[in-house]
Design a protein around this ligand. Sequence first.
Ligand SMILES: [Zn+2]
Length: 437
Amino acid sequence: MKPNKHLLIHNTSQLLTLSGGAQRGEGLGSLGLIEGGMVVIEGERILAVGSNEKSFAKQFPQASTFDAQGHVVMPGFVDPHTHLVWAGDRAAEFEMRLQGKTYLEILQSGGGILSTVQATRNASVADLVSQTRGRAWRAFCHGTTTAEVKTGYGLTLDSEIKQLQTILSLGSEGPFELVPTFLGAHAIPPEYQQNTNAYVDLICSQMLPYLINWWREHAPDRPLPFVDVFCERGAFDLAQSRKILKKAKILGFPLKIHADEFDNLGGAALAAELGAASADHLVKTSIPDIKALAKSNTVAVSLPGTPFGLGEEDYSPAKEILKHNGLLALATDTNPGTSWCESIQFIIALACRKMGLTPAQAIAATTINAAAAIQCDTQIGSIEPGKQADLLILETADYRHLGYRFGTNLVSYIIKQGRIYPVKQPAPETSFMTGVS
Ligand SMILES: [Zn+2]
């Protein structure tokens, strides 16, 4: 007998297709909801979407079926900003912060980003893969089917390449799909504290040209990684950020920027000017810069886990971004210092409360718009024929439970490139007081 080549997902409460491309301004939150919708998957791709059970049964008589048991089916989440690869942790620093220690005191006692840089420099690729794998798995189990991952904890050519190797190696294990970003300009390395321009020159004249050749040799079939810069006081100023990003653009790299997390240096406007894929953080962004972004195709990526992680009160001005017709996405910013958050569902809950988004807007910002922020929106981020079959089956019948509930994983099954991964035991019908002794 021929194996079934089609998989039919049926008995959904709500099928969220998110069809029609990235969603701008007040248009954010168009879920493309089909009550009782069905999806047919062929191999790794979506073949058909609809709601007519009889016609689907006629068209695909041999299809194997997956019963969604009256629950929501939606696209896999896309996390467009993470620093998933690092060694060590900064739990002690978290405690010091809670005890009222200043940033300088933490730095002097060996904390801060440079402690992660030291630990990451000392780790092998195998160490980094094994330390990162658990985080990747937990993010996947919470419904993130594709994540962007940055380097930036090495700050030397060799150690930055080591992080890229880690990303490629972990990505090749599957099923979690990783999109790499080179963030050599994440912080000023200790060796260059007194001469930051020399480090900028090193990135422009040595690291980026080396990276082009390295990439052609080690990942010839994949698009070039993004190049990102941390444009912030204490990191790279606007002129240095411009220099790095312009050089990267000339070499053909797609661009990203960290901007306006603590200060507005003009990084968001620079991203729009250079045609970057995204500008990220955007807490202190001015209205003129929001307008500049909105006129471009640069996606504004908000990271509400970061102010939450730092216990700060200022979040991205999402309503202004939408009012001015900008493209808004959300991400976890998973990192050991400010936002060790592996659940993009928690980010949705935060965005609803702290940025005033509705669940529908937050869902669009973590699927189709998040895919646009990593230039993958023709392949992922929505449920449409021809796209990659990356879907979630939730354990709720109402999509608004995303955002409404928090701290609970609402994903029960993940379909990644057509393969089904159960990620959670269903709640038992009777007592769950069993255990192993
Ligand atoms: Zn970041």
